[in-house]
Ligand binder design. Structure first.
Ligand SMILES: [Mn+2]
Length: 444
């Protein structure tokens, strides 16, 4: 894998003692757990929420009524969808009564179009998985039981009207949606363990990274990893995540692979996912070599690409790993070709800035908001999809005209470097293509 190659190169040129690998404990394992009145750890979600979720799932299977599952499009969302689907059918719900919906490219489950699609099948039960939550009207207008299973931050009462919810967000170490769904469903039927354990691993590695230590209170997955290597799980993660990044956005292909697979190797064999993965890789290579431009204060590096594929987060991540400049805080990749008339952008904290602490700690959402803080009218026009996500990985979707205004506000390209002073003739454009390409061989 790329990261291993990178490590090797770093190691070969230095003394082993100096580069002795640091064991990093992920933040989610350092956050103290919360305890209930009896001193028991509250995990992965409050007991009442978990019990209520189980009641709803049992009642749904019993009811034999149309049911809609709305899982998010990545490995975690799809795995929690598959875990719930296997559970409902194991409990006797006819598969023909279950529809699984994915909003089209560029829209979300919170959109009006999604509501209309869900209403079509007149569901009695609606499950919304791993989608993040917003305070909205009811999921559909007709009477129904709605359950949100999630682990993203939600503001107080930040849920659709009338929907019930179970969330891992407030019970550190925060479980993934697939792990939460697994913990809810496992006791509901004796035959589930083999079917859903590897799916919990798949989704969890998808969100928390492929080197996760399964330490308590995370469940003991030794049996699962004896059966399937971590490599096979991790390979399946990248396969499953490919369709949502491809230009065609065939998330259904990923879902079909996950729901029909009995193990991670089945997913690795899926031709459609393989093709999507190849396409994403090719697009990333095609667009990754664009030279960065810097904001006036040199804290933001901007890479502008045009691709119908959702590769902007990948390119931002890559460049964040090796751009060197002591002022640099954020690497931003803007994709002008993802949706017509829109610019989709992803931001990552530059590796050089990740060591900062306390007040200096880089918070992307704050940083983005600070650019427009003195322009409330402009901030309003940027809309709800600007500066969303996490403080370490944020981004947004804005209209082309607003993007150009933002570009001006950041002063992109107006950064004057000292070397430019009085020495213009020397400023011959370097044959940068080669330089950057070489860089990628090492860093990527
Ligand atoms: Mn998730």
């Amino acid at each position: 894998m790329a990261s291993q190659a990178k490590r090797k190169i770093t190691k070969s040129g230095s003394t082993p003692r100096a580069k002795k690998q640091k064991i990093e404990i992920p933040e989610y394992h350092l956050t103290p757990s919360i305890h209930d009145g009896d001193g028991e750890i509250v995990w992965p979600a409050p007991k009442v929420q978990i019990e209520r979720a189980r009641e709803i799932i049992r009642a749904c299977a019993q009811a034999q009524k149309p049911t809609v599952i709305l899982p998010d499009k990545d490995a975690d969302g799809l795995s929690s969808g598959a875990i719930l689907h296997h559970t409902l059918t194991a409990l006797g719900l006819s598969p023909s009564l279950i529809s699984v919906c994915f909003p089209p490219k560029g829209s979300s489950v919170h959109d009006e179009t999604a509501r209309a699609t869900v209403s079509e099948s007149s569901p009695a039960y609606i499950f919304v998985l791993d989608q993040g939550s917003r305070k909205t009207g009811p999921l559909i207008d007709a009477p129904h039981t709605g359950l949100i299973i999630d682990h993203h931050y939600a503001e107080e009462n930040g849920f659709p009207q009338g929907a019930e919810y179970v969330t891992a967000h407030d019970c550190p170490p925060v479980a993934t949606s697939s792990l939460l769904t697994f913990e809810i469903c496992l006791p509901l039927h004796p035959d589930l363990k083999d079917k859903i354990s590897w799916l919990a691993a798949l989704g969890t590695h998808g969100d928390l990274g492929t080197t996760l230590k399964w330490r308590p209170p995370f469940p003991d997955m030794a049996t699962t990893f004896k059966q399937y290597s971590k490599k096979s799980i991790n390979d399946a993660v990248s396969r499953v995540n490919a369709p949502r990044r491809s230009a065609a956005y065939n998330v259904e292909d990923a879902w079909n692979a996950v729901i029909s697979a009995s193990n991670p190797e089945d997913i690795a064999k899926d031709e459609k996912l393989l093709a999507a993965q190849a396409e994403v890789k090719m697009e990333t290579e095609r667009c990754a070599h664009v030279p960065p431009k810097f904001s006036k204060d040199a804290t933001i590096a901007v890479l502008t690409i045009s691709s119908a594929a959702q590769i902007h987060p990948l390119i931002a991540t890559r460049w964040a790993g090796f751009l060197q400049s002591n002022k640099l805080e954020i690497v931003m990749c803007a994709n002008v070709g993802y949706l017509p008339g829109m610019v989709n952008f992803s931001c990552r904290v530059a590796k050089v800035a990740r060591v900062r602490d306390g007040d200096e700690k880089v918070d992307i959402i704050k940083k983005l908001e600070s650019i427009v803080a003195d322009h409330p009218e402009f901030r309003a026009r940027l809309g709800e999809s600007f500066a969303r996500g996490h403080k370490e990985a944020s981004g947004g979707i804005v209209k082309t005209a607003e993007w150009e205004e933002l570009w001006q506000l950041m002063g992109v390209g107006k950064n004057v470097r000292k070397k430019a002073d009085g020495n213009r003739k020397k400023e011959v454009k370097p044959t940068q293509k080669n330089t950057l390409a070489n860089y990628f061989v090492k860093a990527g």
